[in-house]
Design a protein around this ligand. Structure first.
Ligand SMILES: Nc1ncnc2c1ncn2[C@@H]1O[C@H](COP(=O)(O)OP(=O)(O)OP(=O)(O)O)[C@@H](O)[C@H]1O
Ligand SMILES: O=C([O-])CC(=O)C(=O)O
Ligand SMILES: [Ca+2]
Ligand SMILES: [Mn+2]
Length: 663
């Protein structure tokens, strides 16, 4: 029995109007005819249960009128287009040493009766059985193609252990043994092209492998995927700039992976999907299956392999979905600069008046938190391109950290965790399914992946004019960097190339305690060419468009990690507001020792005493020592870049080198 909100009372079961407990007696309504009806609706049309169930679902409408369709599939019948689509998927899944492609059929193998059966397609026509048939060549590969979130929920809940619907409607899931990326297991094929184009050697994220080893791993992944009852295939886009859009195909074994990429990549409109054609890049995610350690180069059971020539990526031995997101980001870091477009590990938002800010920073420094701002339009939270026409988001979704997520502090992210959102590795109440965001039992790197339109003021399409402010975020666990400083162009470049933060949580496997980290371009794990290449592009774009650089410490104040505290998010937001509004350009500044940073003396809504870190430390000697220690770490790190030229002349290079700490 429950109050229904109108003050009326409804009966949960069987309490038919006995008047017990003084409750009102329920009267059944009498029709004018005087006949008592217990049901006023018309009878159903079905004669049997099966017939009834068949009424429940209607076939999805054909998506586009066929006339006016442009592209490779224009003028084709629906059936013909479907066949071409399956042929393309079969080609993607082909073993390159045996039969040329599996027999593929659309639909869930467990539900053949209710999936419209589509004529299967195979490449077997050219296959000579004398060469050696395999069992896999005899079976069908069932393809679940671009399923909707609702369908993926059902797949996950029925077939994947650890999948549950939370109280707010999100899909909670586990990523398995890996709950963060594995940068040490990420390999790139080194061949004649990449030999010259890419950054290799010390400091580079590109650990080499040869083409042959890539093919061994590719075969392993494809064989694994074809051995399954079914695979998920997502055909989607990257980059909201229509001229530089990339078509990606993700083949995976888990509904979780398919829903994650559905949320994170750009979702094609039905008519765009029909004309998708051949993908520009394909991911084979066989993450549940390990790589073979007897294979050359393999140093663990995990391998994430990128082959730029073949435009393919293979994932073995890790189910952490971020590998797919960031693997594609690496690809963009190769493709875009070749077109004079700068790829950025940054968030981006825009004010009502069109002022744009970029937020650079390593994992956990606040890109998602600070770009998601109720008073501004969200362009994107993590990966962008800066080209001649302005900024474009690479992705179609956001990937927010959830640890200690609180509704009051981050309301828009909180509200985005609803039906359709993937919630990774969180802990929830077994009965109410309320998530406990403070619980780190599975990992500290808990995450939510949601489509960008789940943020109310997301700007669709996710493109913006050129940035006015470039904000470098660092989470300084040493507690000596000021909460905000205004940077010269040379200082911006110095800090961009340094890419400093202190990792706090375990986004990368194995890092559990804070630790100073330098990661060139605030994303060394994803860049493909030498950092100075990206830095030179950033410098020239900032100069051309008159953008101001800022360094914001979202980390500690009043002492290092352990003795001080993390700067309150509310204060950081006030600082960011002052940057956006331009008011921070018009206040008094003073220069700090060692780092030579210009710090404002006051900001509305922020206690002035915290703006100068030394004020917040009770032990001034410890402060000075820590400051010098961090300065030394910066110096050591920058040594490898001193020999590199940035931009066209030596002037900028010299300026950048002298923009570092002096002591
Ligand atoms: N002063 C602060 N400024 C920004 N974030 C803060 C602050 N204090 C605490 N936080 C917390 O730090 C975390 C910042 O994580 P966020 O998701 O924004 O990282 P990110 O830069 O987007 O990293 P990634 O690239 O891994 O997605 C959030 O959990 C946020 O609540
Ligand atoms: O890639 C991930 O797992 C999350 C992320 O955005 C980052 O680490 O920069
Ligand atoms: Ca993020
Ligand atoms: Mn990121």
């Amino acid at each position: 029995m429950a109050a229904n909100g109108n003050g009326r009372v409804s009966m949960a079961n069987g309490g038919a109007g006995t008047g017990r407990n003084g409750l009102p007696k329920i009267e059944t309504q009498k029709r004018a005819s005087g006949i008592c009806h217990d049901d006023s609706t018309t009878p159903i049309k079905a004669q049997t249960i099966d017939e009834l169930h068949s009424l429940q679902k209607k076939r999805s409408a054909p998506t586009t009128p066929l006339d006016g369709v442009q592209g490779p599939f224009s003028g084709l019948s629906e059936e013909e287009r479907n066949k071409q689509q399956l042929q393309s998927i079969s080609a993607s899944l082909a073993s390159l040493t045996r039969e040329t492609g599996p027999k593929v059929v659309k639909g869930d193998p467990a539900k053949q009766s209710d999936t419209p059966r589509v004529a299967h397609v195979s490449h077997q026509d050219q296959f000579d059985p004398a060469v050696g048939a395999t069992d896999s060549s005899l079976k069908f590969t069932h393809v679940l193609y671009n399923l909707s979130p609702a369908e993926l929920y059902e797949q996950a809940i029925k077939y994947e252990k650890g999948s549950f619907i939370t109280a707010s409607g999100a899909l909670a899931t586990l990523s398995g043994a890996k709950t963060g990326r594995s940068p040490k297991d990420k390999r790139v094929v080194r061949d004649e092209t990449t030999e010259d184009d890419l950054w290799w050697g010390k400091g580079s994220p590109n650990i080499e492998m040869d083409e042959h080893t890539f093919m061994v791993n590719r075969e392993r992944a494809v064989d694994y995927l074809n051995s399954l009852d079914k695979v998920f295939v997502n055909d989607q886009f990257l980059n909201w700039d229509p001229e530089n859009r990339i078509k990606v195909r993700i083949v995976s074994a888990r509904a979780y992976h398919s829903l994650f990429m559905h949320n994170m990549c750009i979702r094609p409109k039905p008519e765009e999907l029909e004309n998708f054609g051949t993908p520009d890049f394909t991911i084979y995610n066989a993450g549940q299956f390990p790589c073979n350690r007897y294979t050359h180069y393999m140093t663990s059971s995990t391998s994430i392999d990128l082959n730029l020539g073949r435009r393919e990526m293979v994932i073995l031995g890790t189910q952490y979905a971020g590998e797919m997101k960031k693997g594609l980001f690496s690809v963009m870091h190769y493709l875009m600069p070749k077109r004079q477009i700068l790829s950025l590990h940054s968030g981006c938002n825009m004010g009502k008046d069109g002022d744009v800010a970029l937020f650079f920073g390593l994992s956990g420094t606040g890109k998602t938190t600070l770009s998601t701002d109720h008073n501004r339009y969200l362009i994107g939270d993590d990966e962008h391109c800066w080209g001649d026409n302005g900024v474009s988001n690479i992705e179609g979704g956001c990937y927010a950290k959830c640890i200690d997520l609180a509704r009051e502090k981050e309301p828009d992210i909180w509200n985005a965790i609803k039906f359709g959102t993937v919630l990774e590795n969180v802990v929830f109440d077994e009965h109410t399914r309320e998530v406990d965001y403070s619980d780190k039992s599975v990992t500290e790197n808990t995450r939510a992946a949601y489509p960008i339109e789940y943020i109310p003021n997301a700007k669709i399409p996710c493109v913006s004019p050129h940035p006015k402010n470039v904000i470098l975020l660092a989470c300084d666990a040493f507690g000596v960097l000021p909460p905000v400083s205004k940077l010269s162009l040379a200082q911006t470049m110095y800090h961009f190339i340094s890419g400093y933060t202190a990792l706090v949580a375990g986004t990368e496997e194995g890092i559990k305690e804070p630790q100073a980290t330098f990661s060139a371009c605030f994303g060394a794990a994803f860049i493909m060419m030498h950092p100075t290449k990206y830095a030179a592009m950033l410098a020239s774009k900032m100069q051309m468009h008159g953008a101001t650089g800022w360094l914001v410490n979202t980390g500690w104040s009043g002492g290092r990690y352990g003795s001080g505290n993390r700067i309150k998010l509310a204060y950081t937001r006030k600082i960011i507001d002052a940057i956006h509004s331009g008011s921070l350009l018009n206040v008094n500044y003073k220069k700090t020792e060692v780092f030579g940073l210009e710090i404002p003396t006051e900001i509305e809504g922020v206690p002035s005493e915290i703006l100068e870190p030394m004020n917040t430390w009770s032990d001034k000697k410890a402060y000075k020592e820590t400051l010098l220690k961090l300065g030394g770490l910066f110096k050591n790190n920058f040594e490898v870049f001193v020999a590199h030229k940035i931009g066209k002349d030596d002037k900028l290079t010299d300026e950048i080198i002298s923009a570092g700490p002096v002591f």
